[in-house]
Design a protein around this ligand. Structure first.
Ligand code: ZN
Length: 262
């Protein structure tokens, strides 16, 4: 693994850019770390949402079905964190890569809509989206409004009056788009892993799938993860590790990659 420290231009960066530009099907996988710079703390961090509302107690499908009042305590807290946030330079850098034709597709574990707000077009939201409410009885979705998170009442489906939930994947529900993602990943020859340690299924399988076919892993994270180093501190699957703040490292890498060569 070659480590590229934030802000330092060296031969590893030049090499990483050259290889990136010759990849035929580069893809990106993003997680909570890319949105921290937009003011959305990682739910899994020590003072994150899951520390206050334990997922087993609030975020399962079972809790919503049996006690929607309780589940909505969590949804309101989540709404307050996510609504109104803006994309940061890392989201914009990925949208620039896509519009320049350098990114084949993006998979995100985030539900915050910040990739789309940055102008990203093609992406898979494997954990759903927080912009809509969903009816589990008839399948209808409706656009979320701020008042849904302020009111004490649980919003109901207009058609069947079933209580609505945010259109996000709860614990106990299936992740989305997995077949399409596996088909794309089987052809992917370079995966950028950004702001995630990719430890949660199905994201956890994707870097290894790319690696086993001879593809490259570019990791953008603040600290080492199990991708960059396994538990015994042996080398992991990462080929280039961009160590630092993703809101700086990713735009820096993208700017180099989009530079016109004379
Ligand atoms: Zn309904």
């Amino acid at each position: 693994m070659k480590t590229i420290i934030s802000g330092i231009f060296d031969k590893h960066l030049t090499e990483a850019v050259v290889k990136f530009k010759s990849a035929s099907k580069p893809m990106a996988l993003t997680g909570a770390g890319i949105s921290v710079g937009s003011g959305i703390p990682d739910f899994r961090s020590v003072d994150g949402l899951w520390a206050i509302y334990s997922p087993e107690e609030y975020a399962t499908l079972e809790v919503f079905m049996q006690n929607p009042q309780k589940a909505w305590e969590l949804y309101r807290a989540m709404g307050k964190i996510i609504l109104g946030k803006k994309p940061n330079p890392a989201h914009k850098a990925l949208a620039d890569l896509e519009s320049a034709g350098f990114l084949n597709n993006l998979i995100t574990q985030n539900v915050d809509n910040l990739h789309q707000l940055a102008g990203h077009k093609e992406l898979f939201e494997i954990h759903g989206d927080h912009q809509h409410l969903q009816c589990l009885q008839c399948g209808k979705t409706m656009k979320v409004k701020e008042e849904h998170y302020q009111s004490k009442n649980i919003p109901q489906c207009e058609s069947c009056f079933f209580p609505l939930k945010p259109n996000v994947v709860l614990f106990g529900e299936s992740v989305r788009h997995l077949d399409e993602i596996h088909s794309l990943i089987s052809r992917c020859d370079l995966l950028m892993v950004i702001g995630t340690s990719a430890q949660v299924y199905p994201a956890s399988d994707l870097p290894m799938m790319v690696k086993q076919k001879g593809g490259l892993i570019y990791e953008f994270n603040k600290d080492l993860t199990s991708l960059s180093s396994d538990e015994s501190w042996q080398p992991g699957v990462t080929d280039y590790f961009f160590k630092g703040d993703v809101t700086m490292d990713l735009p820096g890498f993208v700017a180099e990659s989009l530079k016109k060569t004379p």
